[in-house]
Design a protein around this ligand. Structure first.
Ligand code: PLP
Length: 378
């Protein structure tokens, strides 16, 4: 099965490279030099970076001077969580490891993990108690959309609450960016992180949008790049490519392409439910990203499912892409109250804007085939 004939349903791990970005990179690969150099080579690259900054700022509702380039969203999250001098940190139990692990490792004694309900939404009462009792200044980090279930947090309510208690708010917008409407200033958060490879561009660029005048200290020092927020020579071509991807998202109304996937997703889920009524779909009852579905196949371990999907040429995942390749029970599903046994049966299906009805039919047929072959034998 060649990659060309495979069905890619792992957009939340990384979106397919947009053709326009691929063409742009090919055409611009010859540009070399250092964007900090004063000569024409450097100035050309610097111009490409600043042009991308303008496009990204405009698309995501920020001022250009609020946009900082990093290497990944992991780095952008870390900058926000380690660069602001909070006395206490509050995070939800379903954050990505790039938030949770930094909190555990670097703020082991001054954090609160707020539980979520069975649908994956933050417990607002527990959040308010945490905000009320936290020493000031306090930083709340909350993701907009969960990468595994797609659940969308009630951001307006959460941010209002945080502001009422004077907390800074950081949001991990990695999965929301490009899939649902997202505007930094309207959201009224202080910092926001996302990255290039989930937007159809090259990997290697993270974005941190940060309000002016926050008491931010960089994690290390160097040549003063990105106005001292993130030192080190910028990945100019990849940054420019992200600008190109944002152009595409703008002109092709990417949000509506994702929105159109909602009915494909719902049809697939209903079809599977009809045949396997004890299928569990976490967060199905709440607002979710339109392209995402988390499916727990009764009694079949997800690593066995993954192997079978892969053999059939269908790319799905067991949740967040983990570099160790180990399949652990998802901390997201455990936090939502699912047992380890159920959590280990979960796979994530995340459609791209180009996923077709035929792709989803093939996926559903394959899911049912795996179920019939392996259920209750695992
Ligand atoms: N936050 C969320 C919600 C994610 O899904 C991911 C990646 O999957 C990250 C952060 C980390 O992003 P990056 O791969 O750019 O470090």
């Amino acid at each position: 099965m060649s990659i060309e004939t495979s069905i890619y349903l792992d957009c939340n791990a990384s979106a397919p490279l947009l053709q326009t970005v691929s063409d742009f990179v090919r055409e611009n690969l010859h540009h070399h030099g250092n964007p900090s150099s004063q000569h024409s080579f450097g100035r050309k690259l610097k111009g490409m970076i600043e042009n991308a900054r303008l496009k990204i700022a405009s698309f995501f509702g920020a001022q250009p001077q609020e946009v900082f380039f990093t290497s990944t969203a992991t780095e952008s999250n870390a900058l926000a969580l380690l660069g602001l001098p909070a006395k206490h940190y509050i995070v939800s139990a379903v954050e990505h490891s790039s938030v949770l692990d930094n909190i555990h490792n670097f703020h082991p004694k001054n954090h609160t993990i707020v539980p979520v309900d069975h649908d994956g939404l933050i417990n607002l009462q527990a959040l308010e108690t945490a905000l009320k009792t936290a020493p000031s200044p306090c930083l709340l980090s909350i993701m907009i959309a969960n990468n595994e279930t797609g659940a969308l947090q009630p951001m307006e309510t959460i941010i209002q609450l945080a502001k009422q208690y004077g907390a800074w708010v950081h949001t991990d917008a990695v999965q929301a960016a490009g899939k649902v409407p997202l505007n930094f200033h309207d959201l009224q958060v202080d910092t926001m992180a996302f990255c290039s490879h989930k937007l159809g561009s090259l990997p290697g660029v993270g974005v941190l949008i940060m309000k002016n005048n926050l008491p931010f200290s960089p994690l290390y020092t160097g040549g003063g790049h990105e106005r001292g927020v993130r030192h080190g020579t910028e990945n100019a071509l990849a940054i420019a490519a992200l600008g190109k991807a944002v152009d595409y998202l703008n002109t092709h109304n990417n949000l509506s392409s994702f929105e159109k996937k909602r009915s494909l997703r719902n049809t697939m889920e209903e079809e599977l439910f009809k045949q396997v009524p004890d299928l569990i779909i976490p967060s199905k009852q709440v607002h979710r990203l339109p392209n995402t579905s988390c499916l727990c196949m009764p009694s079949v371990h997800n690593s066995l499912q993954m192997m079978n999907f892969d053999l059939a040429g269908i790319a799905v995942s067991t949740g967040s892409a983990c570099s160790s390749g180990k399949v652990k029970a998802s901390h997201v599903l455990l936090a939502m109250g699912y047992s380890e046994e159920i959590a280990k049966t979960a796979i994530r299906v995340s459609m791209t804007p180009h996923t077709t009805e035929k792709d989803m039919r093939s996926f559903a047929n394959c899911w049912l085939k795996i179920y019939k072959q392996h259920a209750h034998k695992a």
